[in-house]
Design a protein around this ligand. Sequence first.
Ligand code: ZN
Length: 134
Amino acid sequence: MITKIDHLGIAVNNLEESVEYYEKALGLHCHGREEVASQKVKTAFFEAGDVHIELLEPTSDDSPIAKFLEKNGEGIHHIAFAVDDIAGQLKQASAAGVRLIHEVPFDGAANKLVAFLHPKSTHGVLTEFCMPKK
Ligand code: ZN
């Protein structure tokens, strides 16, 4: 079951400059930074009420975020739903004909298991499911 929107992922060219915008212009507090090796990104997290903002800067040219920036420039990259059963949620999406980018969840930021649905089968929105690791 989807329990809430966990975060919005935003692709940026420069994490430091973007963090400054969110802190100074919006007054949000950066409460975590992390490098996620599996996705070749550096991340910074902000809290906006119950929803997090996840800034993503690629650490390598072959990072999925580098490819996104090349194609689209900076902007909203994905929406992430918190789920209580990530395997079951993937199974449900797959049974409904959705193309999965990851059949098997992997380690994402903030000590969570994550998996993505392909935007070609989600009406244009790269969709992430995330669940805290037990
Ligand atoms: Zn995410």
